[in-house]
Design a protein around this ligand. Structure first.
Ligand code: GDP
Ligand code: ZN
Length: 366
């Protein structure tokens, strides 16, 4: 057993989990901290990979290990490329479906054409991405199918939404280096509907992607296409990219009052002025700072209805008597009687419809 990869015996051996399959973890050891920044990407790619198990103690503690986790490795067997994970560093962030730790941003990919860019669907994905609390970057592919003027129109429109989209044509090789720059030295999660060119983009960003997949042997490679398998692709200049298929099934796991925070342009309005009521839902309450003449306000209202229906369902599941509680809650809203009517409009039928829609959407996105 050689010690060449450890500088000194008492420095813990740290690495990043790149792939998880069943009880095996593929871990890339951290490059030397002494590597100059410009060399870091190169160092990241060339540092050794170990196939690791999880120490029994972690299992007992119920400590899950996810891709993106920073872990301490013990008992390295350099010749056999094996090791064991002894501990997991606290996570800076955690995505649950699929499980990815320490991601800093979501790279949302949509196509401008084929399929045509649908503002409502885009909004829905953006809101879902924003709800993770991570930075959200927008990448618009198939720019080869639009004129420069049409691209400019989308650019201006999305700027109003609070985004600076990167225009890409994987087919023509345009914009790829811009995307690379966005992903440099960070963990990012890619999301977007199918057919927009995500796989094509990954292939363009990670030229060795097929090579790397076939490199991984035994238990890891067998799970390549199963849903339980999650993998971080290593980009040539040091970023890590997770393809997040589970992210494509829209769910509404946020509270109605949170929703406004997932619209950058609404957040902007709230920095300039506050609403009269601290529990304002920004519908028809008096002196609301959010309601107004901005394009996606309609989307906000539609998503709010969904979120309220979802919340009512959760309340009811938690406590079958909750309709009474809801009434008490509404009782406090005497300043705004219309609100009461709107709440009540969420009959079982509406909830059912919302659910149906969700299932349909999830099906379409499969
Ligand atoms: P995914 O489902 O998001 O992974 O999408 P794919 O990568 O499988 O691509 C879907 C289709 O879009 C394929 O037929 C690609 O050839 C096509 N495509 C990908 N990128 C581009 C592009 O930049 N321009 C055009 N016109 N087509 C593209
Ligand atoms: Zn308001």
């Amino acid at each position: 057993m050689s010690q060449e990869a450890t500088s000194t015996a008492d420095v813990p051996l740290m690495g990043t989990v790149l792939a998880v399959q069943a009880n095996y973890y593929q871990v890339r050891l951290n490059p030397s901290l002494l590597a100059p920044l410009s060399e870091k990407g190169k160092a990241l790619r060339s540092s050794p990979l170990l196939l690791c198990t999880r120490r029994a103690r972690l299992k007992k503690l119920g400590q899950q290990v996810m891709v993106g986790d920073r872990v301490e490795i013990v008992e390295p067997d350099w010749a056999g490329g094996r090791g064991a994970i002894a501990s997991v560093l606290p996570r800076k962030s955690q995505l649950d479906r699929p499980p990815v730790a320490n991601a800093e941003q979501i790279l949302l990919v949509f196509a401008l054409e084929e399929p045509p860019l649908d503002p409502y669907q885009l909004s829905r994905f953006l809101v879902k991405a924003e709800s993770t609390g991570l930075d959200v970057r927008l990448c618009l592919n198939k720019s080869d199918l639009l004129t420069i003027e049409q691209q400019q129109q989308w650019h201006n429109r999305l700027e109003q939404w609070g985004y600076q989209p990167v225009f890409v044509s994987v087919r023509q090789g345009n914009g790829i280096s811009e995307v690379r720059n966005l992903l440099k030295l960070r963990i990012s999660a890619m999301a977007g509907p199918s057919g927009v060119g995500k796989s094509s983009l990954i292939n363009a960003l990670v030229p060795t992607v097929n090579l790397r997949t076939s490199e991984v042997s035994g238990k890891l490679s067998r799970g390549r296409h199963t849903t339980r398998h999650v993998e971080l692709f290593t980009l040539p200049d040091g970023g890590l990219l997770a393809d997040t298929p589970g992210f494509n099934q829209p769910d509404l796991n946020y509270h109605p009052h949170e929703l406004v925070n997932f619209f950058p342009e609404a957040r902007q309005r709230l920095t300039q002025q506050t609403c009269q009521f601290s529990d304002c839902l920004h519908r028809d309450e008096p002196n609301c700072a959010v309601r107004g003449d901005w394009e996606r306000y309609e989307h906000y209202l539609a998503f709010l209805e969904d979120a309220i229906a979802h919340q009512e369902q959760i309340d009811q599941q938690a406590d079958p008597e909750s309709s009474l509680k809801l009434k008490t809650k509404r009782g406090r809203r005497q300043y705004e009687p219309k609100l009461e009517t709107k709440y009540r409009r969420h009959s079982r039928r509406t909830q059912h419809q919302a659910l149906q829609e969700l299932y349909q959407e999830a099906d379409e996105l499969q």
